[in-house]
Design a protein around this ligand. Structure first.
Ligand SMILES: NC(=O)c1ccc[n+]([C@@H]2O[C@H](COP(=O)([O-])OP(=O)(O)OC[C@H]3O[C@@H](n4cnc5c(N)ncnc54)[C@H](OP(=O)(O)O)[C@@H]3O)[C@@H](O)[C@H]2O)c1
Length: 331
């Protein structure tokens, strides 16, 4: 069944918007609520006192229209006293960029067809929809940050299916908001660059598990020729809640922590901030030989978001908070 995160209490999130009982706002339903961003959003909604339901994946497979329709109905029932859905935030997606290259049909089902069906469903029911997308819709050839109006030209299956999903959502639900973000890190993610780096550092130091030893005595090689904005999932979640509560934003919007960096520089900053000594060397994308190509620069310009008075702090500050929250060091 659907799982209400919490209801009732007034909270601080929302940048001055009044925390309200949801009679006014309606229930916030999160699809993909077990993923990194979905969890952060559910936590932020609970802290803000918003009525929120995050149906489990088993009960809300976004590839099945019936299941989603049931999940939306269940989302309301899960929150006692609430009669309607205020907004659906779709965090469900195929997010493993290399796996998408190998399984384009699955990527298309999750990243295009599912959001299209969801958008139709929401439009028919008059439900506001926020759909998450990615900086990987860009080809990386621009110098500087990408604005929403820049031409999208994805160079991998993930980006292509996410872009197709954006367009399908906009066509089916003109009032929908597509939020593009990038390089998420935070608690609970399966693919979390920060945790991967700290694990590699532990292994390098000989603290890894069995089998780690021989991998480890090598330096950690990290790509230094792809630029983008690391984004802390809880910061993005806070911004999403503010968009829900304070704006009527529709169309496409970029939302990422301020600043840009390469994966290598990000890795060095992680080690420094965590107080971990590790040998990290700069590599080139060319030598990484991954299934999917990545844009050389996919930094997002978040000026449109700032126009709503919403600015995410520099990624370095968010990283420091994340590392403090998990105990600071590399362990
Ligand atoms: N992570 C990033 O660096 C990044 C960067 C740019 C944009 N984004 C976008 O941000 C959004 C959230 O990303 P995230 O990092 O939170 O992703 P995530 O951790 O991979 O979460 C995605 C969630 O979708 C769920 N899901 C997969 N197939 C589903 C299905 N058929 N029905 C229902 N749920 C299903 C997954 O469940 P399972 O775990 O069970 O498969 C998972 O809980 C996505 O739209 C992504 O494209 C992410």
């Amino acid at each position: 069944m659907s799982v209400p995160t919490e209801t009732g209490a007034a909270g601080a999130e929302g940048g001055g918007a009044e925390a309200s009982g949801l009679g006014r706002e309606g229930v916030l339903v999160i699809l993909g609520g077990e993923g990194m961003l979905g969890r952060a959003l559910a936590a932020a909604a609970a802290a803000a006192g918003m009525a929120c339901a995050a149906p489990r994946r088993a009960e809300s497979d976004v590839r099945e229209g019936e299941a989603v329709a049931r999940a939306l109905a269940g989302g309301v029932r899960a929150v006692p006293g609430e009669g309607r859905i205020g907004v659906v935030v779709n965090c469900a997606a195929a997010t493993d960029v290399d796996a998408c290259e190998r399984e384009p049909e699955r990527a298309d089902a999750l990243n295009r067809r599912a959001p299209e069906r969801l958008a139709r469903l929401c439009a028919e029911r008059g439900i506001r929809l926020i759909h998450l997308s990615t900086d990987y819709v860009f080809d990386g050839s621009k110098a500087g940050g990408y604005v929403e109006a820049d031409a999208a030209a994805p160079i991998n299956v993930y980006g292509a299916t996410k872009l197709a999903g954006e367009r399908a959502v906009a066509a089916a639900h003109p009032g929908a908001l597509v939020v593009r973000t990038s390089r998420l890190f935070g608690p609970g993610g399966r693919r979390n660059f920060v945790e991967t780096m700290l694990r590699l550092a532990r292994e390098q130091a000989g603290v890894g598990g069995a089998g780690a030893a021989e991998r480890l005595r090598r330096p950690i090689e990290v790509i230094d020729d792809q630029w983008g904005s690391p984004t802390y999932a809880p910061d993005l979640a806070g911004a999403l809640l503010r968009l829900v509560r304070e704006t009527e934003a529709a169309g496409v919007l970029h939302a990422a922590n301020a600043g840009t960096t390469t994966w290598y520089r990000f890795a060095c900053r992680i080690m420094r901030t965590a107080g971990v000594v590790a040998e990290v060397v700069a590599g080139e994308a060319e030598s990484a030989r991954r299934a999917a190509r990545r844009p050389a620069n996919s930094t997002l310009d978040c000026g449109r978001l700032a126009g709503y008075g919403i600015r995410l702090r520099p990624w370095e500050e968010a990283l420091a908070e994340y590392l403090r929250g998990r105990g600071g060091g590399g362990g």
